[in-house]
Design a protein around this ligand. Structure first.
Ligand code: PMP
Length: 307
């Protein structure tokens, strides 16, 4: 791996060496996908290294666990502190934090209720997720032949490891066909999201994003962008978006903790707008990154300094 890894991993309240963060192959999670996780970024900010929207990420993790009847031993505050401690222990500044909760080694078979819950937090340095030029130049993407999770099949609002089997189908198909990312429709045929990103499109100055009912993950970057759009007095709507609307959009972009705000320059080889980062996208991106210099005012608890 080219990423700089943390030396230590937090496991059920204790630090262990990165190399020792291993599990048995007969752990429940390996066979039945029984994990929930989150992904959080630490930015170099005017306050020093600071975690972005830590509490919101940990709340989402706890909600993902709740959906799957996982009774996590740690409170939200304890887990937030554990994330901060892990970054500190690893002497990392800007980095990515990955808390994961899963069903471990125990009885074999589908019933997970008697398998122990394991909680780990790992950290590493992670650059631009969709390529180093993506933030400025945008990415070429396609629609996927795979739909996002149908309602009442796998819960899309949970950030569960098993959902990422669907994401992997979307991602592999896109990459093998020469695209950076795929956009999936929901089971009703409306635009849902990318394999690891929410999506926004802009037409005639109005910004649209699919609602939570479109089988999307409730993205924290998505929520941040909605907040910024309101602050900037843009007209923003959460609505069902038919697929063809994106081909005639002026601008489009992905949001995600890993992808940040990545412009989409073409979909299925049809240029979006002029095939470059759009002007409103650029303003939103700029305001997003200015959160980390203190120039964009956001609620105080959105930045947790690593003291
Ligand atoms: N959708 C999916 C499927 C994702 O994996 C992610 C990344 N966590 C997102 C959306 C974006 O969510 P967030 O902004 O909270 O990272």
């Amino acid at each position: 791996m080219s990423e700089k890894l943390g030396d230590y991993v937090w496991h059920n309240g204790k630090f262990i060496a990165w190399e020792d963060a291993k599990i048995h192959i007969m752990s429940h999670v390996i066979h039945y996908g029984s994990s929930v996780f989150d992904g959080i970024r630490v930015y170099d900010t005017h306050l020093g290294p600071a975690v972005f929207r830590l509490k919101d990420h940990i709340k989402r993790l706890k909600e993902s666990a709740q959906i799957y009847r996982m009774d996590v031993n740690w409170t939200i505050d304890e887990m937030c502190q554990a994330c901060v401690d892990t970054v500190k222990k690893n002497k990392l500044a800007a980095c990515y934090i990955r808390p994961v909760v899963f069903r471990g080694y125990g009885p074999f078979g589908v019933n997970p209720l008697k398998n122990p819950l394991e909680t780990y937090i790992a950290t590493w340095e992670w650059g631009a997720y969709l390529g180093s030029e993506a933030l400025e130049q945008g990415v070429n993407v396609c629609f996927s032949s795979w739909n996002r999770l149908a309602p009442n099949s796998l819960p899309a609002l949970a950030k569960a490891g098993s959902n990422y089997m669907n994401s992997q189908l979307i991602k592999m198909e896109a990459i093998l066909n020469g695209y950076v990312e795929g956009i999936a429709l929901d089971s009703h045929g409306y635009i849902s999201e990318g394999s690891g990103e929410n999506i926004f499109i802009i037409k005639n100055g109005t910004i649209l994003t699919p609602p939570l009912s479109a089988s999307i993950l409730p993205g924290i970057t998505r929520d941040t962008v909605i907040y910024l759009c309101k602050e900037l007095n843009y007209n923003i709507k959460e609505v069902n978006i038919p697929r063809e609307h994106i081909y005639r959009a002026d601008e489009a972009f992905f949001t995600g903790t890993a992808a940040e705000i990545t412009p989409i320059r073409s979909v299925d080889k049809i240029n979006i707008g002029n095939g470059k980062r759009g002007s409103i996208t650029a303003v939103i991106q700029e305001n997003f990154f200015k959160i980390f210099t203190g120039q964009t005012k956001v609620p105080e608890d959105w930045l947790t300094p690593i003291k």
